[in-house]
Design a protein around this ligand. Structure first.
Ligand SMILES: Nc1ncnc2c1ncn2[C@@H]1O[C@H](COP(=O)(O)OP(=O)(O)O)[C@@H](O)[C@H]1O
Ligand SMILES: [Mg+2]
Length: 299
């Protein structure tokens, strides 16, 4: 799908049940036109990862995901030799008494023994004509060395495997990088990208998301849920609920066939919204009741 205007992007996202502000749609529009990576930052559960999934569906291309974590290294991100298979082949060669050692080495360092990891997969997929969406998720969890490596990759989309050669992507993949901002990502990397901060949604936006994602939820309950969560985000908590939690709560209430929020239901279902015991203890009971009263008073 090609987009001629920002409105096209907004409409396409909406058609995929993704509710976006104009600012985000503009960033995506520009990223596609200018072939630049998008860097999305924001708290957990505000819809960063989902953007990459939705984009892949819209563009009708594969989604290749690299989940970052501490200790993620180039081998796990780019490629690895299938060591076990190489060893097995060597044993077989020994057993059959083959003499052509050089050929054997060539063979076991050939494509059949290569395990492609997400970054190589992405470059290869582009090479074969259909640039995929490459999601580099939660980059803040990876180490800084990995970031430096990524910076290099993003500048030319080519990967050199000493034993095989260089693979390069004629058309760059659509790159979406996300960060939950547990640490700052370096300026150098950010400079390559178009940046967008996804905030917690406004009340209107969140209600819109709930309507799209939990279609059967009674309208009155949807309003109460969203108002409650919005109030809850003003509380002093260790971990505030994201949109993911609002949706979970909505689905839980629908499963319980509620049409109206009451203090007991709130207490019993807090575990869908809050994931820390201290936070739950803080809200359960009196405080939760007050938040509920305020939420219900809003019109
Ligand atoms: N703007 C939005 N429109 C539709 N669904 C959303 C939106 N924001 C978040 N969600 C939903 O909330 C959940 C969490 O989103 P996710 O992308 O995993 O968050 P993040 O990656 O920011 O932690 C997903 O189920 C996603 O579909
Ligand atoms: Mg995510």
């Amino acid at each position: 799908m090609k987009f001629d205007t920002i409105e096209d992007v907004l409409a396409a996202l909406e058609a995929q049940n993704y509710v976006a502000e104009r600012g985000l749609a503009t960033t995506l529009f520009l990223a596609l036109k200018m072939q630049r990576p998008v860097f999305l930052e924001g708290e957990a559960g505000v819809g960063k990862t989902e953007i990459a999934k939705v984009l892949a569906r819209l563009l009708d291309v594969p989604l290749i995901r690299l989940q970052c974590y501490e200790g993620l290294d180039v081998h796990t991100a780019v490629y690895e030799w299938n060591y076990a298979r190489q060893m097995l082949q060597i044993r077989l060669v020994e057993a059959t008494g083959r003499q052509d050692q050089e050929a054997v080495i060539q063979e076991i360092f050939g494509p059949a023994y290569l395990i492609e990891r997400p970054l190589l997969q992405a470059v290869r997929a582009s090479e074969s004509g259909k640039a995929p969406v490459l999601l580099i998720d939660e980059l803040d969890r990876a180490d800084e060395e990995f970031e430096a490596f990524l910076l290099e990759l993003l500048s030319d989309f080519q990967i050199t495997i000493p034993e095989i050669g260089t693979v390069s992507a004629p058309e760059p993949p659509v790159v979406v990088i996300t960060s939950n901002r547990t640490r700052e990502i370096h300026d150098a990397l950010k400079r390559r990208c178009l940046y967008y901060w996804i905030d917690y949604p406004s009340r209107e936006k969140e209600l819109d998301i709930v309507r799209h994602k939990v279609p059967g939820l009674p309208e009155q309950l949807a309003r109460q849920v969203v108002a409650f969560v919005q109030e809850l985000r003003q509380a002093d908590l260790y971990k505030l609920p994201g949109v993911a939690e609002t949706l979970d709560w909505s689905r839980a209430l629908m499963t319980l066939q509620r049409v109206d929020l009451d203090p007991a239901t709130v207490d019993d279902t807090l575990g869908t919204l809050l994931k820390y015991h201290d936070d739950i203890t803080r809200i359960r009971g009196r405080t939760g009741e007050q938040i509920l009263a305020r939420a219900k008073a809003e019109r």
